[in-house]
Design a protein around this ligand. Structure first.
Ligand code: DGJ
Length: 533
């Protein structure tokens, strides 16, 4: 990997931001490929979402929310993932009420927060409880799914009138957001629905669904599979290959007579519907849109988790159904954080997780997501329960906010690495510029730290910036004379300006042997290397 001359990458980003800023002020938040990363660009500059998702019902009341915003701001958030429901936006068909939207925007702006709105409409966790009453009651116009022989409280993704009604409401909402927010850009992205899919059965068993399932797989889906064969998610490709890579036939002929065919069929139905709803909204106001996923492993049975939800092995099915959805997002509560990040950060899909674990675990994982997987942001669920003094996630957010421009520049140039270390993952190795770098848990006087996490950014040929807690770093020159530590400095950034604190030497850098990060509190440190023979 090349270090660009001796100019720090964040300097280059700042220059490009400056040049673009004037005409970009007016453009809506959007995703943009910058260098090797796809980033969220807001007012001409890449933006890192240090966010959290509210509990489901909090944002239905402005009075309830009023005291929460300042707490989130104090915790270091810059973005709040905020539910909005179809039932409150369109309580009567064709009559829209935007007072909540306007109130939430006003409150968010007063606390310097951006918003990602969740459009909780036809589905939320597989069910349809957020649809307006006039939709719930009219089961003829808005048909339901049948699971195991029973009609369930789940709107059918084959309901054309439902899709149109949801799309109309969403389009009206986006038109309103454009009207009230196209200069402030408080709203960064929209989540479409929430964790959709059929629960309790592998697929919809209604008559309409049975008929469609017995019919041919749409040619646009098989054409997509053919055109993208080599980049398909491995499990999907293997399944299609195992059944002969057919481009025409029924769902079971093409995908085999197992629950996988049911899941793919449901993924297609939900994807068609939601891509359409998203497209209706984008026609009014084009900002990034994503869907979120209730995760499960491939060996679990669809229906035990929502069948059709964009699990990694059906993301390609969703992509074949349209282009309105920009991001496929995991709700990442799993302890196997790294594996799931990699399952979603692939084939052009940027990593964003609207839901994750917070507290100590989130405080560490955010470093990995932003530093190693070019994450657009991070967002633990139920964030208002976490807001308080000395929250470990808050410590991470306050630290990361100081170095956000360098992180974004590092994502673009790939001159950044993030890591989480514990008993199972004791060290990581990578190369940056001219150095092989070994990162392990810090070994303090009272034994190795239980855990460590952080990120390292190359800021010059022989200079690195690091942040985090409980790790130690050693450098080996890949070529030429040996590498030694010239000096280590801790400090803070005040509006981008480095304010140096202690010069770390002696025990604090093992007499020049290792770059160390305190196991008890997060810090930001710079190291400068030199060569000797
Ligand atoms: C996942 C859902 O997407 C959220 O809305 C919320 O219900 C959480 N589960 C609760 O843990």
């Amino acid at each position: 990997m090349k270090i660009k001359g001796f100019l720090p990458a964040y300097f280059l980003v700042a220059v490009s931001i400056g040049a673009a800023a004037l005409n970009a002020q007016s453009s809506a938040p959007h995703l943009e490929k910058r260098g090797s990363a796809t980033q969220l660009v807001v007012d001409g500059a890449p933006f890192l979402m240090l966010s959290g998702e509210l509990h489901n019902s909090s944002s239905s009341s402005l009075a309830y929310m009023q005291p929460i915003w300042p707490k989130l701001e104090a915790m270091g958030l810059n973005t709040v993932v905020t539910p909005l429901s179809w039932e409150l936006i369109e309580p009567e068909e064709g009559h829209y009420d935007y007072s909540l939207v306007d109130g939430l925007l006003k409150q968010a702006r007063a606390s310097h927060q951006k918003i990602v709105f969740l459009w909780l409409a036809s589905w939320k966790n597989g069910m349809s409880s957020y649809a307006p009453e006039w939709v719930k009651r009219d089961t003829r116009r808005f048909p339901r799914v049948m699971a195991h022989g029973d009609v369930v409280e789940v709107l059918s993704p084959q309901g054309t009138a439902t899709e149109q009604a949801d799309g109309r409401a969403f389009a009206a909402l986006m038109q309103h957001i454009k009207q009230v927010d196209s200069s402030d850009h408080t709203v960064l992205m929209m989540q479409l629905e929430n964790e959709v899919g059929v629960l309790g059965d592998t697929r919809d068993r209604s008559e309409a669904a049975n008929q469609a399932f017995a019919g041919p797989v749409p040619a646009e889906l098989t054409a997509y599979l053919k055109a993208h064969h080599d980049t398909l998610y491995p499990e999907l490709r293997e399944l299609w290959d195992a059944n002969g890579d057919k481009t025409a036939g029924t769902w079971t002929e093409i995908f085999g007579d197992t629950a996988r065919a049911d899941e793919i069929f449901m993924a297609w139905l939900y994807a068609r519907y939601i891509q359409q709803v998203g497209a209706s909204g984008k026609a009014e106001y084009d900002i990034p849109m994503y869907v979120n996923t209730w995760l499960n492993d491939y060996d679990a049975m669809p229906g035990g988790y929502p069948s059709g939800c964009p699990e990694p092995w059906v993301v390609d099915i969703w992509r074949a159904a349209g282009t309105a959805i920009d991001i496929y997002a995991p709700d990442l509560y799993s302890t196997d954080f790294v594996t799931w990040c990699k399952r979603y950060h692939r084939d052009g899909n940027p990593l964003y997780m609207p839901e994750a674990q917070g507290k100590e675990i989130g405080a560490a994982n955010v470093y990995y997501a932003l530093g190693e997987e070019a994450g657009l942001g991070f967002s633990p669920f139920g964030i208002e329960s976490e807001a308080g003094d000395n929250d470990p996630l808050g410590e991470s957010y306050h630290t990361l906010a100081q170095i956000a421009p360098m992180i974004l520049a590092g994502q673009q140039s790939s001159e950044i690495h993030g890591f989480v270390l514990d008993q199972d993952r004791r060290s990581v190795d990578f190369t940056m510029g001219d150095y092989a770098i070994h990162v392990s848990r810090d070994d303090s006087f009272d034994g190795p730290a239980k855990s460590g996490f952080g990120l390292i950014i190359a800021t010059g040929k022989d200079e690195f910036l690091g942040a985090g807690r409980g790790f130690r770093v050693t450098f080996h020159a890949l070529q030429g004379p040996q590498a030694g530590i010239s000096y280590v400095e801790e400090g803070t950034f005040d509006n981008g300006k480095w304010i140096a604190g202690r010069r770390l030497n002696g025990d604090e850098d093992e007499q020049g042997v290792a770059w160390r990060f305190n196991p008890h509190a997060q810090s930001i440190e710079k190291v400068v290397l030199y060569r000797y023979e």
